[in-house]
Write a protein that binds this ligand. Structure first.
Ligand SMILES: *Cc1c(COP(=O)(O)O)cnc(C)c1O
Length: 440
């Protein structure tokens, strides 16, 4: 193998200043800015397994992992080889390719009840297209979604969104006409919904991972399934994060509840741009060219993205997921303990390998910090203001987590016990540092 390419010259600050001259805010997605934690983001030069290196050659143990797009870590040899091989035979055709068939088969084999998938190029497109299909198939307009969940940045689904929308405190966005959200109903997570016969679909993150981590309460997903069945609405699981991360069968296998439509993204592209939505054959048959619901994409099913995704799925076994979940659970318990011992309040809930990270100042309340059950609860903890200084204290110790309090930790297949122990050590020190200087 050739040596890794040397990073282009320039400091983090110089690169970010250059970026701001040509890219709004210096970033191509708002979550990447340090807007909510202040400061200048580092510019990534390369990655290797659980590590990311900035342009100054500094290395960080990376728990962001491209917001969950990477399951095997950075530059996994099998993924790199698959992409290289695919690139050498042509990057896009506008004709059907074997790669998209193989990845679709791999998805349908693993997700119980999912018989057909169509590929798109992002998670945003997946949810947008699934909603159109749900509306077309039911002949109804209304969409019910949950506060603090994030379903991409399409007009109709931004209202009440988590992730960057939450971090930046936007109710949705300027530029979205009222008409575009007139049929979107936002309700609180983890509470049963009242539906009527005008609802096309209920769209939900089966494990909410864009308002920090909020697990579904026992019976919540079952209650959504029942309500949808009673009123002829479709249940849509947005598994852009949970798909192929919680386990081979995603949230469907984890929760034992099957939706009518699935949305995927992130992991299934192995770090390349992709999205997919799927469901029963009869329902997906409503899509053009067989049916009346139009949906399309020049780069959909792209050979590089499908090759990378297939390399990921074929390099993880059910046993790998179990081992990762066990490792993550032990890590979560240690992390919570050292942060509390350091002097901050903390909760580190775990669902499979997905971890939440809640920190608050001691003065923010009594007793242990309870993981919240909805967006309001998550916002209350974030309001303590401890996350930003904790983030920087971790970063100074060579550990990077998301620069905002509404994301989750993504330990993956490349994070061994040794690397996770480094995070635990850094977190204990960071907590003590932050707790010793609470805001006046
Ligand atoms: C990331 C995400 C999306 C949007 O995917 P993009 O590829 O960023 O468009 C949608 N839903 C959920 C749950 C996500 O986490």
């Amino acid at each position: 193998m050739a040596d890794p390419p040397t990073p282009p010259a320039g400091t983090n600050r110089q690169w970010f200043e250059r970026a701001r001259q040509v890219i709004p805010g210096g970033v191509d997605s708002p979550v990447r800015s340090f807007a909510s934690v202040c400061g200048t983001p580092f510019t990534a030069a390369r990655g290797e397994g659980p590590w990311v290196y900035d342009v100054e050659g500094r290395r960080y143990l990376d728990l962001v992992q491209s917001y969950g797009a990477l399951l095997l870590g950075h530059a996994h040899p099998a993924v790199t080889a698959a992409i290289t091989a695919a690139a050498a035979t042509g990057t896009t055709f506008g004709f059907p390719t074997p790669g998209e068939v193989l990845l679709a088969e791999a998805i349908c084999e693993r997700v119980p009840g999912c018989e057909r998938v169509r590929f798109v190029s992002s998670g945003t497109e997946a949810t947008m297209s699934a909603v159109r299909l749900a509306r077309g198939a039911t002949g109804r307009d209304r969409v019910v979604r949950f506060a603090g969940c994030y379903h991409g940045h399409s007009d109709g689904l931004l209202a009440g969104g988590g992730s960057g929308v939450a971090t930046l405190g936007l109710p949705g966005s300027v530029g979205v006409p009222l008409g575009a959200v007139a049929d979107t109903l936002v309700v609180p997570y983890n509470r049963p919904v009242e539906l009527d016969d005008g609802v096309a679909c209920v769209l939900v993150e089966p494990v909410a991972a864009n308002m920090n981590l909020v697990a579904p309460a026992p019976g919540f997903l079952e209650s959504l399934r029942r309500s949808c069945d009673e009123h002829g609405a479709l249940l849509v699981f947005d598994e852009v994060i949970t798909g192929f991360r919680l386990g081979e069968g995603g949230a469907t296998s984890w929760a034992g509840v099957a939706p009518d439509l699935w949305c995927f993204g992130k992991v299934i592209g192995g770090g390349l741009p992709i999205g997919a939505f799927g469901g029963r054959a009869e329902l997906l048959g409503q899509l053009a060219p067989d049916g009346p619901v139009y949906q399309a994409g020049t780069l959909s099913g792209n050979p590089l993205a499908t090759a990378a995704g297939l390399a990921v799925l074929s390099n993880v076994s059910a046993e790998d997921y179990r081992a990762l979940s066990d490792r993550a659970a032990a890590f979560a318990a240690q992390l919570a303990k050292v942060v509390v011992d350091g002097g901050l309040r903390a909760a580190v809930p775990a669902v499979g390998p997905l971890l939440g990270l809640y920190v608050a100042y001691a003065g923010s309340g009594d007793g242990p910090l309870e993981p919240p059950s909805d967006y309001e609860g998550s916002q209350r903890i974030a309001a303590s203001g401890a996350y930003a200084p904790f983030f920087h204290a971790l970063l100074r110790r060579g550990v990077v987590v998301a620069p905002g309090p509404y994301e989750v930790l993504f330990p993956g297949m490349a994070h061994g016990e040794r690397e996770l122990a480094l995070v635990v050590e850094a977190a204990g020190e960071a907590s003590a540092e932050v707790a010793s200087a609470p805001p006046a």
